[in-house]
Ligand binder design. Sequence first.
Ligand code: OAD
Length: 241
Amino acid sequence: MLSSRHAIAFTGAGISAESGIPTFRGSGKDSLWSRFKPEELATPEAFERNPRRVWEWYVWRMNLIMKARPNAGHEALAKLEGLGIIKAVVTQNVDGLHQRAGSRRVVELHGSIWRVKCSNPACTFRAGIDEPPEEIPPRCPSCGHYLRPDVVWFGEPLPQDAWGEAVSLAKASDAVLVIGTSGAVYPAAYIPLIVKEGGGTVIEVNVAESSITPYADIFLKGRAGEVLPRLLNAVMEGFLK
Ligand code: OAD
């Protein structure tokens, strides 16, 4: 890490697990996709069929996230950025915990649960929110259609600006710290591959092997909230020498 010129972090739901936010896949019966059907909740068709049900699920998640706090893993990443060791965090998470921990450059590939946008393709209304809407489904103040969470659902493209920025960061990187992701969802999972294909080093932190592990140069097995602070300490010792 210390010898790298340009390193980034690539994170998934596992980094927020220790903050009490359920992951999507993974072993536990608590993981989201073992309790809910994605096609009933996280698709544009699901929203068209039953916007109230989709909103109820997001309000439930928003309440969980509001109660949660960034953990030692998020905090270590913010400090690594403060030291100039990593340049940015590219995340698949929509919870905003990286920003709350103090990370400054956060690229959100799958959007944010703390933003809404109009579901009418002809309307450009977008807004940030800091708590769940009082009435669901909320209406667009501009055109009257339903507002939807500004997140990426199955079958939808990633936001172009975020994707473009993530690819440029990955192309410029000689190291990527991959934390708490199954690496199962594309195109997001191309980010560490782009670094690898450019000759960079892939360092993975995960409690279990993932789709990234076969090509990771270093696999640090353990919880993000424990491994990342240790990594930060090791980097700081090297830094002070
Ligand atoms: P997943 O739920 O697929 O994977 C979570 C990963 O975190 C697994 O590899 C776990 O082993 C690991 N993990 C769990 N607890 C951990 C801990 N304390 N420390 C370190 N690792 C831990 O989550 P993502 O890979 O983020 O997309 O999922 C990718 C995308 O799939 C999500 O962004 C979401 C979902 O469908 C959309 O909604 C578009």
